[in-house]
Write a protein that binds this ligand. Sequence first.
Ligand code: FES
Length: 182
Amino acid sequence: MGDDKNTVNGSRRSFVKVVAAITAAMAALLTPIISGLFVILQPLRKKDETSKAVRIAFLETLPADGTPVKFSVLANKTDAWNKFPESPVGAVYLRKTSEKTVEAFNVACPHAGCFVSFVAEKQGYFCPCHNSTFALDGKVDNPQSPSPRGLDSLTVEIRKGREIWIQFQQFQPGVSEKIPVS
Ligand code: FES
């Protein structure tokens, strides 16, 4: 009877040892795999660099009379695994509102995202896709325009007395509110 009890206890101890050994082996095996997965997936969590401030032009490149000028926006673009230096991410219209102040609009039409053009004869912006028109200050100037809001203004910063930097941002098309798209 005593021998049976010892045999049962011995078997239990062996079983516990085997389970502990298997658990330790699994932990040793899985830890580097999980770490590796974390390293591979980690770039997915990085913020896209394109929403940060970008230098667009110098003050002296804009006409003093306030005529808008279109500029491409180049920025370092990052996707899940790659970084693309100086890739086009959009375009803006800049115009001087005084000697040292600048107004910036995203060229993407708030209706469906087509690029608007400045029309000098009308002193305003025109979208060729569905004929939305905008005044020089970006407001919708024709009630027939399908655009639900005016052009999207962007934050401008003048650095070192002449560099024009903007916070480039896309906004959700087709809605009256200006909702940033990250
Ligand atoms: S996209 Fe501009 S009016 Fe439709």
